[in-house]
Design a protein around this ligand. Structure first.
Ligand SMILES: [Zn+2]
Length: 454
């Protein structure tokens, strides 16, 4: 529930114009009603040292939190994304909506405790165990919405259309039966998803063709006609095998094909976009779409490294996602964006574009703006926006004696999730002292769910 009214005072706060001192933020009905800079604290203010806007997580498959760390055993042949996917298909085979609600709540508690205030749920586990639609086709989406309501995280729901197992309309496999829909079935599902999130304040409904493997050109056009507005997300060019298959099918690479055949613009988020030529990276940047980067998962799955240099040089927009949720830590997600590039290019401070610019700030402000764009959400601590705020624990050793942008560098490179102190969602305090108010109850339910499943 949004907080009715309160006033917060911060010694330092990151506002859209930059770091400011002695900032008073008044909140009414979950939104920021006013901001005063260089303002002394007043009686009744809740006082904290360092505030930032909460970070959006633009790409999550919440149920995969339940299999985190369970695909790290060497198999008989060569392990890859594709063998990991078999483990994932076996894990989800038995999940009920109650299981998904329990696992998603755990993922969302961990996300909030790491500084994330909104999640983009790329939701493709729709149907019952035999592949038939539930009586309520959005029963699984309702489980996601219940987890968001319980934990307080902002939700952008992206119901996925999934119809094929490979390029050119190949028939889906048995392991994909819980994902697949006809276009008519998807239209019913999408409408039901809207009802499932109706009671969630400031929730957003988008849509998501799963990938070019799962959707034909004609289906993509029909989806865009069915859902003409709101966020549109798609997985693309995550694996080299996908690039090779797309070239064999069409003569074009996946991002190239998508830019040539779909009206890719600022409503779009291309998730991963790992394997692009420099020309593709520049065209994607120029489209205004967001690149949805998930560096922890991309490392875990052995995907490859995003071509940051041509993309950023062309002004490309990006955000971060926790994707498989193998480990949930917003700071680590941002750190690995930069570290991947350092290892690849044997240099340092590669994400900032200007001399003197803080690397942590370039990562944070970019991911804040791109994440908000991709999720159809507010961006930053400003009047009228949702009061989605986080504070850093100024006494954390990784933040000692730091001011302004050095705090963000300290958080991302020297501290991590342990530096998050308080999180407000729509002005309601959901995390204090680094702990979510429902942490114990959610974790107990998660443990008993996994004990049954495993
Ligand atoms: Zn994904």
């Amino acid at each position: 529930m949004p907080a009715a009214s309160l006033t917060l005072h911060f010694e330092q706060a990151l506002l859209p114009a930059g770091w400011r001192q002695n900032v008073r933020v008044s909140v009414a009905d979950g939104r920021i009603a006013g901001i005063a800079e260089d303002a002394a604290p007043q009686a009744g203010d809740e006082r904290h040292a360092v505030a930032l806007p909460g970070l959006p997580n633009l790409h999550s498959h919440a149920f995969q939190r339940g299999m985190a760390g369970l695909a790290e055993q060497r198999g008989a042949g060569e392990d890859s994304f594709w063998t990991w996917r078999q483990v994932m298909y076996r894990f989800l085979d038995r999940l009920t909506p109650e299981d998904v609600a329990a696992i998603a709540a755990q993922a969302y508690v961990e996300a909030l405790e790491s500084g994330v205030t909104r999640v983009g749920e790329f939701h493709y586990l729709h149907h019952d165990r035999d592949g038939a639609a539930y009586a309520d086709p959005a029963a699984m989406a309702a489980a996601i919405a219940a987890a968001a309501a319980e934990t307080g995280i902002g939700l952008t729901l992206l119901p996925v259309f999934y119809a094929h197992s490979g390029f050119g309309g190949a028939a889906p496999t048995e392991g994909q039966r819980r994902f697949v829909s006809t276009l008519d079935g998807y239209a019913r599902l999408h409408e039901a998803c809207g009802k499932a999130i109706f009671g969630l304040p400031d929730s957003v409904l988008g849509m998501a063709p799963h990938s070019l493997r799962a959707v034909t050109e004609a289906e993509l056009a029909e989806l865009l006609a069915l859902v003409p507005e709101g966020p549109a997300h798609i997985h693309v060019a995550e694996q080299t095998a996908e690039v090779d298959a797309c070239l064999a099918w069409s003569g074009a690479r996946p991002v190239e094909w998508l830019l040539d055949h779909a009206p890719v613009d600022a409503r779009w988020c291309l998730v991963h976009a790992t394997h692009m030529t420099g020309a593709e990276a520049r065209r994607l940047a120029e489209s205004g779409a967001v690149a949805g980067l998930c560096p922890i998962t991309e490392a875990n799955l052995g995907d490859g490294l995003f071509p940051a240099e041509p993309f950023l040089a062309a002004g490309g927009r990006f955000g971060v996602g926790s994707d498989s949720n193998v480990l949930i830590d917003a700071a680590e997600e941002l750190r690995w964006l930069e570290y991947g590039q350092r290892l690849l290019r044997r240099g340092r401070n590669l994400w900032p574009r200007a001399p003197g610019e803080s690397c942590g700030m370039a990562l944070y402000r970019g991911a804040l703006a791109g994440g908000a764009q991709a999720l159809g959400a507010d961006c930053g601590i400003a009047p009228g926006h949702a009061a989605d705020l986080i504070t850093l624990a100024a006494d954390h050793p990784g933040l000692a004696a730091r001011v302004g942008e050095a705090l963000v560098d300290g958080w991302i490179f020297a501290a991590g999730r342990g530096a998050i102190d308080t999180v407000w969602r729509q002005g309601a305090k959901v995390v204090s002292g680094g702990r979510h108010h429902a942490r114990e109850a959610v974790a107990a339910r998660f443990r008993s769910c996994l004990a049954r499943l495993l």
